[in-house]
Ligand binder design. Structure first.
Ligand code: ADP
Ligand code: ADP
Ligand code: ZN
Length: 215
């Protein structure tokens, strides 16, 4: 299964990707996670990327395309993958198409998660991520243990710097301007499957799995 998860910040891409990893036994490729790892490592690329991320803008296409293309060459991606947060521009989508075609591959589906803006803001403000194992939580919708720590590994939960209201609004604008055109792009390719992302997490998961089985 070769999938793209499309949707605005907070739509549930990371949450659903984690479930699909278990369901289909294929890797999750999250450009956000990869970029945050580069920022933590203070690699030259990470240092540059941080400025764009802190402002809620997009990291330049060439950088992100480079990271993803390299990742897709690895052995564990040959049987399928879940792209989470990539592509985010038409240029990235074109580059992905070319890379996959060079590898004699093509996407099976693009799942688009649809959630209204006010819910997105509420989700991002309450989002917390385990600093140790990366598991995602929400203070209200998917709460951690009563000690406020990760229910899987006991790690400390992190509130992302870019999950503050001003940056969130900026990220929404960027989504509408640069990423939303990909809905039409993939609709024209016959790959788009729109899912109502407003339902509860498990319901959304069931709908995605049914949509993929229906093909
Ligand atoms: P994205 O990767 O699209 O930015 P996340 O998967 O990180 O989104 O989800 C954003 C926040 O919303 C997280 O705190 C997550 O726990 C929560 N969340 C995800 N899906 C739902 C849902 N269906 N209903 C309520 N909250 C959700
Ligand atoms: P979200 O919760 O908004 O889905 P991500 O974790 O996917 O956030 O991304 C966080 C930040 O990393 C983005 O705001 C952007 O600066 C950068 N980023 C992630 N993926 C991409 C991409 N495909 N192209 C450009 N920048 C990206
Ligand atoms: Zn954890």
């Amino acid at each position: 299964m070769k999938l793209v998860l499309l949707g605005p910040p907070g739509a549930g891409k990371g949450t659903q990707a984690a479930m699909l990893v278990a369901e289909f036994d294929i890797p999750q490729i999250s450009t956000g996670d990869m970029l945050r790892a580069a920022v933590r490592d203070q690699s030259p690329m990470g240092i540059k990327a941080k400025e764009y991320m802190d402002a809620g803008g997009l990291v330049p296409d060439a950088v992100v395309v480079g990271i993803v293309c390299e990742r897709l060459q690895q052995a564990d991606c040959q049987g399928g993958f879940i792209l989470d947060g990539f592509p985010r521009t038409v240029q990235q989508a074109d580059a992905l198409k070319q890379t996959l075609s060079d590898m004699n591959m093509q996407l099976d589906s693009v799942i688009s998660l649809e959630v209204n803006t006010e819910s997105l803001v509420e989700r991002l403000i309450g989002r917390r991520t385990c600093g140790t194992c990366g598991k995602g939580f929400h203070l209200k919708f998917d709460p951690p243990g009563s000690d406020g720590r990760c229910s899987v590994c006991g790690g400390e939960l992190v509130h992302r710097d870019d999950d503050q209201e001003a940056t969130i609004r900026n990220r929404m604008d960027v989504y509408h301007q640069q990423t939303a055109p990909l809905e039409d792009y993939y609709r024209q390719d016959g790959l788009l499957q729109a899912i109502n992302g407003m339902d509860e997490i498990v319901t959304v998961q069931q709908k995605i799995v049914s949509a993929l089985q229906a093909g």
